[in-house]
Structure formats: structure tokens, C-alpha cells
Ligand binder design. Structure first.
Ligand SMILES: C[S@@+](CC[C@H](N)C(=O)[O-])C[C@H]1O[C@@H](n2cnc3c(N)ncnc32)[C@H](O)[C@@H]1O
Length: 225
């Protein structure tokens, strides 16, 4: 599987690439490639952006620059890249990212386009299969959004997380019917007078299961039994 990320700041992904599940995915053959738009710009002096037509604040990432980077990475017509993989533009205007989309995107090769400035020239819509937002707010650039998306996608890749049960039982997963996971506790059993629910210490597996089931979806009940 290939994960190709296009960005003006490839160094921003150094920490992400070192995360345990990402490193494990790499060992399993997931090939994370970072591409710097600036390295492929056909313009002089490393230019990648330009003023918006019609005027207005800020600069816009140029479509010819994005195309040149895609062409260099995939050695084909940039408009054909989407024939073989999902191509995601990160933008606040996109479909809101969720667990179901993470699962879909983990099913094959994936290419992610990070914007900066006022975003990418709207004609990027000719190149992409998906426009994705990580939430209704505006970040300075797509790099953090890409890491949010890729972190969730990589967790869905078989073997990336060492204990598959922890992914199968994650909040929003089909295993939980889309619910939120139950609350978790660990030692000490009491701290500053804050006690762990007695049922979790009881050794009664059926009661623990029942307690957890009752708390799926964040529902809180009175009492601890
Ligand atoms: C400053 S933002 C552009 C915001 C744009 N002018 C607007 O108002 O919708 C620059 C880049 O950050 C990324 N970005 C910002 N917020 C995002 C979000 N909520 N979801 C995904 N990407 C986001 C996108 O790649 C975007 O092109």
C-alpha cells in the first residue's frame, strides 16, 4: 500500500512517521512518501502560490504546481492519478472525516494533498476523488489535518496496531455498533478518594461486561454496580 502526501512542509511528518503503529505499518509494506510541492514547481525561485483572481486577502496554491508534483510522483497525467487510488484534498469545505471514511481510505493506495495559504486553486477538484475536512474550523495548513486523517487510516490497516482487539473495540467502530467505548480505569484502585467502580474489581466477568455494555455511547448511569 502506498500513502503519498503532498505538502510544503514534509518535515512536519517526522514525528508522525515514528509513531509505533505507523512504523509497524511501514514494516508491513505500507510505503509513506512525502512530496514537497516546492521541489517540483515549474516556476522560478521556488514559487508555488499566487494572488487570487478577483482580488482579496492572501495567496492561493497554484494548480500547475500541484499538477507538476503529482506528475513527478506518479509519472502519469495528474488527472489520471485518481484512476488508481483515492486522492484526498484536505479542505474545510470537504466532507467531514469520520471512522467510516477512515476505513474506506485504508482499503487501498491513498494520496493526500495538503493546502496552505487560502487553500489550493479550486481546479484541484479535477484531480481528486474526495475533499475532506477534519472539522468545522480553519487550520493554517493541511499538515496537521493530514496527520489526523492518516493516523486514523493507519490504525485500520491489519497488523498496524499490535492488538487487533483494541481497534475492533474502538469508539465508532462497527464492533461497537458505532458507539463510544466504555470508560477505562487502571491502578490505583483509589486515589484522592476517587474510587474505581467496584464492579471492575469484583472479578465477575459477566457483571463487568454488563457494566461496560450499559456505558457504551457515553451513557452514564447512577451507581457503580
Ligand atoms: C488557512 S486554510 C484555508 C482556509 C480557506 N481559506 C477557508 O476559509 O476555507 C489552508 C489549508 O489548511 C488546510 N485546512 C485548514 N482547515 C482544515 C480543516 N478543517 N480540515 C482539513 N484541512 C484544513 C487545508 O488544506 C487548507 O487548504
Amino acid at each position: 500500500m502506498r500513502l503519498d502526501v503532498f505538502t510544503l512542509f514534509p518535515d512536519a511528518f517526522a514525528w508522525f512517521a515514528q509513531q509505533v503503529h505507523v512504523a509497524r505499518a511501514a514494516e508491513l509494506g505500507v510505503d509513506l512518501r512525502l512530496w514537497d510541492y516546492r521541489s517540483f514547481t515549474p516556476l522560478r525561485h521556488g514559487q508555488v502560490d499566487d494572488a487570487p483572481y478577483g482580488g482579496g486577502a492572501g495567496m492561493v496554491l497554484r494548480i500547475d504546481v500541484v499538477c507538476a508534483a503529482l506528475e513527478a510522483a506518479f509519472r502519469c497525467d495528474p488527472a489520471r492519478v485518481a484512476d488508481t487510488r483515492r486522492v484526498v484534498e484536505l479542505t474545510p469545505r470537504g466532507r467531514q472525516f469520520d471512522d467510516a471514511l477512515a476505513r474506506e481510505l485504508a482499503a487501498g493506495d491513498l494520496c493526500v494533498l495538503c493546502g496552505r495559504y487560502e487553500g489550493i486553486d479550486e481546479r484541484v477538484s479535477q484531480l481528486v476523488t474526495d475533499r475532506v475536512s477534519i472539522g468545522p474550523y480553519v487550520l493554517a495548513g493541511g499538515e496537521i489535518a493530514a496527520q489526523v486523517l492518516l493516523d486514523a487510516v493507519v490504525r485500520k490497516i491489519d497488523g498496524a496496531v499490535s492488538n487487533p482487539d483494541s481497534v475492533a473495540g474502538d469508539s465508532f467502530s462497527p464492533g461497537l455498533g458505532g458507539s463510544l467505548e466504555y470508560p477505562q480505569y487502571t491502578r490505583p484502585a483509589e486515589f484522592r478518594g476517587w474510587a474505581v467502580p467496584a464492579v471492575l474489581l469484583s472479578g465477575d466477568h459477566a457483571a463487568v461486561e454488563r457494566w461496560r455494555r450499559e456505558r457504551l455511547d457515553g451513557r452514564e448511569r447512577s451507581g457503580q454496580g
